[in-house]
Design a protein around this ligand. Structure first.
Ligand code: ADP
Length: 191
């Protein structure tokens, strides 16, 4: 299964991704994690990316797309993967479809973790992670609403979107995630 998880910052994607990779036994491709590793390693890509990340802005596609495309070609991704943080824009979604199509692959399903904005802000204030500067956090939410939300229509048009309620306990939400995966599996069999 090749699944994309989409959600605004603070939606609880990290927790659900962890559980989902355990369930699906596929690698977890988190572009946020990949970028943070580049930043820590002080690579040229990391140095360029950090100035955008520090301001809550999206890193340019030329950095992201190369990174994801190399990772997708690794042998462990042959049977599937969980994409987290990519695609984040319509152009990235189209690029991903092209990348996969060239290898006779496709996205099987997209899960949106839907959480209202006031709840995101409340969670951010409660957890106070060091990268959660309130101003940067608001910019990341705004970037999600402007740049990432249009992806939902794109995947609805492809009949691949499962929008699930991101409010509740981690267990309750994971049950919804699991039900969505079952639907993707059924759809994949009938394609
Ligand atoms: P979030 O908590 O918003 O889910 P991530 O850990 O996924 O954050 O990403 C952290 C930062 O890395 C983003 O704010 C952005 O600057 C950059 N980033 C991650 N993925 C992408 C992407 N697909 N395109 C552009 N920038 C990205």
């Amino acid at each position: 299964m090749r699944i994309v998880l989409i959600g605004p910052p603070g939606a609880g994607k990290g927790t659900q991704c962890q559980r989902l990779v355990d369930l699906l036994k596929v690698p977890h491709l988190s572009t946020g994690e990949m970028l943070r590793a580049e930043v820590r390693g002080r690579t040229p890509a990391g140095i360029e990316a950090s100035s955008y990340m520090d301001q809550g802005q999206l890193v340019p596609d030329q950095i992201i797309v190369g990174m994801v495309s190399r990772r997708l070609q690794a042998p462990d991704c042959r049977t599937g993967c969980l994409l987290d943080g990519f695609p984040r824009t319509l152009i990235q979604a189209e690029t991903l479809d092209d990348l996969l199509e060239r290898r006779a692959m496709s996205v099987d399903g997209v899960i949106e973790l839907a959480v209202p904005r006031d709840e995101l802000v409340r969670r951010m204030l409660a957890r106070k992670r060091e990268d959660d500067d309130p101003e940067v956090f608001s910019k990341r939410i705004a970037s999600f609403e402007v740049q990432t939300a249009p992806l939902l229509d794109y995947y609805t048009g492809q009949g691949k979107l499962a929008s699930i309620d991101g409010l509740g306990t981690a267990d309750e939400i994971f049950e919804r995630v699991r039900a969505a995966v079952k639907r993707f599996e059924r759809a994949a069999w009938t394609r």
